[in-house]
Design a binder for this molecule. Sequence first.
Ligand SMILES: *Cc1c(COP(=O)(O)O)cnc(C)c1O
Length: 407
Amino acid sequence: MDFTKLARKYQTPLYVYDFDYIRERFDSVKEAFRARKSLVCYALKANSNLSVLKHLATLGAGCDCVSAGEVKRALLAGVAKYKIIFSGVGKDDGEIEFALKEDILMLNIESEAELKRVEKIAENLKVTARISIRVNPDVDAKTHPYISTGLKKNKFGVDINTAKKLYIYCKNSPFLEPIGIHCHIGSQILDIAPYRDATAVTAELLRSLKALEIDIKFFDVGGGVGIRYKDEVTIEPYNFAQAVLANLSGTDVTIVCELGRFLVGNSGYLLTKVLYEKHNGERRFVIVDAAMNDLIRPSLYDAYHEIEAVDKNGGGTLADVVGPICESGDFLAKDVILPPLEHGDLLVVKSAGAYGFSMSSNYNSRLRAAEVAVESGKERLIRRREEFEDLVRLETEYLEGADEENR
Ligand SMILES: *Cc1c(COP(=O)(O)O)cnc(C)c1O
């Protein structure tokens, strides 16, 4: 990929996504589940750009959404409504109503209170809500505490006994149709054992529901398959599928998975230009034009992203790569080896395709970066760079006493 050309054409900071890579990743997962009926969903919170969604929808992906806004994005991008799942612990009435009216595949329920709410709203709308229940299997995904979701102490899902009780409740309600079992144990998981353990728990539930004549059609194993940021040994899709399927022999369910990071993480690059170099005592700082508002993962999770100087020879000295934001937590990398750099030199931050732009903000009134897709050697803009007017549009009309000229 010609980063220099892209940076010249679209300026920096700039997100670039390799759409061919996304296709390969999607196909590899689909292939791994070939022996079964499967629905490979994309967890769109990882990167919700409409063109990314459309690309995945064209490949056949479904979508796992966690807000009405995400459901709307999926629909807008052309994802079939019967492939859309709505998860999340805190859906409000408006979101539930919207999802029921749109008739998406299912709502993924995370508590008894939510189930009752969905029932009530479905009754008002005179529809039957297709639901799955998110089971918290109490297994340790051994990942960062902020992205671990499958432990009793996390806010997600319900324990196995509560789940069973809720399925029985659904069976007796004319407004609820339980069609799925769901579980998602965390993110950036690098070991298949937690998947095997979690599906063992949910597969047992599946069998006991069958005995109660509750017919579950979708077995959703969640997402969370990790990627290589540095030197991690990751899970192959085939092994992921095998771990999941190991507990499902003799069942006739459609396997659903919801991968975010795995599909898009390594497809993305954040291009940024060097503004200044400075030394404070012993420490060398490379100040660049991208910041924590563009990529918050290093600040938020202490995440590592490989950073390389484009068109420079290797070697160099240790440096912290920091942004212009007025926070000491504003860094993209600490203690990386970089060659001597000058104003205008280009750096590339790798593996920035997931939880990069989608977690970006306008903090410090910074304009969000443009996004570009590269496919079959051709690039195209998929989100234009924000302008100052975008930033203040929702405020200017409320500005008292400002003369027209300045609006
Ligand atoms: C975030 C999330 C995912 C995707 O996680 P990744 O680590 O990006 O694969 C899948 N399912 C649910 C319910 C999620 O909240």
